[in-house]
Design a protein around this ligand. Sequence first.
Ligand SMILES: Cc1cc2nc3c(=O)[nH]c(=O)nc-3n(C[C@H](O)[C@H](O)[C@H](O)COP(=O)(O)O)c2cc1C
Length: 348
Amino acid sequence: MNPDKSKTSQRKKEHLELCLTDDVSFKRKSTGFENYEFKHYAITEVDIAKIDFTGEFVGKKIKYPFLISCMTGGTTEAENINAQLALVAEELKIPIGVGSQRQALENNEFVNSFKIVRKNAPSVPILGNIGAAQVTQFNSIDPINKLLEMIMGDALVIHVNPLQELLQKEGEINFSGFLDKVITLVNNLKVPVIVKEVGSGISEEAAEKLLEAGVKGIDVSGAGGTSWAGVEILRNKDDQNNYLWDWGLPTSYCIKEVFKLKKNYKFTLIGSGGIKNGLDAAKAFALGVDIVASARQVLQILHKYGVEKTADYIQSIFHEISEIMYLTGSQNLNDLRMNKLIRKELFY
Ligand SMILES: Cc1cc2nc3c(=O)[nH]c(=O)nc-3n(C[C@H](O)[C@H](O)[C@H](O)COP(=O)(O)O)c2cc1C
């Protein structure tokens, strides 16, 4: 194999290993969810048994508004992980994203590591994934269509990751012309385009530009969960005190800011970055997201406990959300978005 091409696979392998073993969380920054409390509603009339989370995402029915975030593909280990994550998605009827398909553009060796997702999850929404750096370099949409066909993808996710590229020795930091390429994709692909960060967050200003370009979904992927600067700093064996480890906009802030754009644009707001339990997820919904997403926590649970326990874990998140809905008088997720949170400092 061409050494440059095998480098992509090697990098993916190192990312997976670091996300399973080392502490790659933010060090001095959090999601900000801890600054909020739910308003307890003493006269609730909510019937927990009637709470229904089913909905639609990229044109398909889903049972829970929970997305298994784009993570992996392009290595032997990735095929095994994707096979299992897809089983979880199919069992729960939830959407799943594949990791960057860049490697599959370079050669055919690990194409099955992506295809396995559609094989094991025939009925759920599956999201293709490619980086902004690659999008910027394309002269035609054919390669993107090829990536989507590979997984019979229901949407294309473009990840914007300037911080990660900045810290990667082999990183590509020229994104000039990116928005024009996004417009071309939006206008020519048969499926919607979603843009996500990878843990540094998307601001209102950035989201508005993307929505003007015609993007149909924004996944804020904010700070407070996995630090991709941290992952690259560990890969490079650089100084762990590098200020960039904690760079980024906290998840709760991004959700609040990007949600404001719902007034003028129709889009799906996805909340991710450090969402680990039902309480975090419920706060994300209360701040305005349509769907929550999680990456590293799901990967670690899968690695430790397997498919069934991972499915149980995701269901437990919705069990907790149901409890919170009952205690806040919210019969559905729309009710939960109606002024149910209070900033903690206002209690005292
Ligand atoms: C092992 C691993 C690999 C990832 N690879 C990708 C990727 O290829 N493309 C992408 O868009 N995001 C990727 N991400 C980023 C996640 O989708 C997510 O945006 C980020 O990790 C923050 O979410 P978290 O705090 O729940 O982990 C990856 C995350 C993990 C843990």
